[in-house]
Design a protein around this ligand. Sequence first.
Ligand code: ZN
Length: 203
Amino acid sequence: MIPLSRRLAPEFPAMPASTSAGPRWEMWCDWCGEIHRHEPEAKHHKAGCAAGSGSPYRWTGYYLYPVSELGQASNVVPAVLRPTQHGFAKALKGCSSQVAAHAVRALLGTSKPKPCTKKQIGQAYVVVDGTRWHVRSEDGGLCEGEDLLNLAWMLYGLRSGAAAVQFLELLGCRFDDLAAIEIAHAVDRWTARGRPSRGGTAS
Ligand SMILES: [Zn+2]
């Protein structure tokens, strides 16, 4: 029987790349917000996430499939990830517990974010105004959108679920790997169906 951890293992696209250590596949890890390198094989892999990253993929591993014969590392990074290479985990470590608590309340829809905040992250300027935000990058590109989970994706390439779990952990919640995966999946499904508010109908 396939163990539960293996059944929960996500699947990621990987880009073949040649490195000094020989051919490798490079994948964008949406938990760590960085590239991990692996043996070039379409199979289940042990996660490249660092010990202490809190990534539940260290428990589940993941499956990789190649997406191009002519890839390069930058192609596995989400196209939206323009302004910064700073990791989400690092950014969260630098933020106070009040800011985190505020972010989580906004995330859960129990309060509005501060009316207008402007912050420089890497080479980009991030402006959050009410529930809307926009990011102006070094090259003058402008991206805009709504809500903090989408902003986490835009800045750090993190899926909503991974971002939500990391916000909650910053507040002192602790989850085992199964709970982290389940919460992340639930939030991903919730955002995919348009995030109905409490009292709305989940379908
Ligand atoms: Zn990772």
